[in-house]
Design a protein around this ligand. Sequence first.
Ligand SMILES: [Cu+2]
Length: 154
Amino acid sequence: MTNRMIAMMLAVTLGACGSDDGDEPMAAAALSGLGTATMTGTATFVQSGTDVTLELTLNGCASGKSYPVHIHQGASCADATAQGGHWDTARGEGIPNIACTAGTGSAEHTRAATPPEIAWSIGGDAATDVVGHVIVVHDADTPTTRIACGVIAP
Ligand SMILES: [Cu+2]
């Protein structure tokens, strides 16, 4: 293999995974516990084409438990009123539960552009934009109880 070939391969590799090329919108949320809950977590959203992929990690969860998580319509984690209900109902749902092992757990979910009723975007049309909503983790045993929350920001 010539040096020129190696240089070309390197350029292709760097181009494919470059994080500063500006064409992959990103957003994130730092989750913290609600009330007396001490759970923390991170949520990152990356848009690739029309697909938006969420990666969510929890720390301080109870091993063996499975935690429901949704995007709620509100813009604040201050209280349950600010969080509101599930964002556009079905649009905020469909994220897999987070299974907790050894105090930590993670989930990944990719949302496609179709069906449009549940599509996500990052900074796109207001109807689909995840930014400004909150991501909420519910108690594993009492799902009506909200135990962690984070505001999704660019
Ligand atoms: Cu919820």
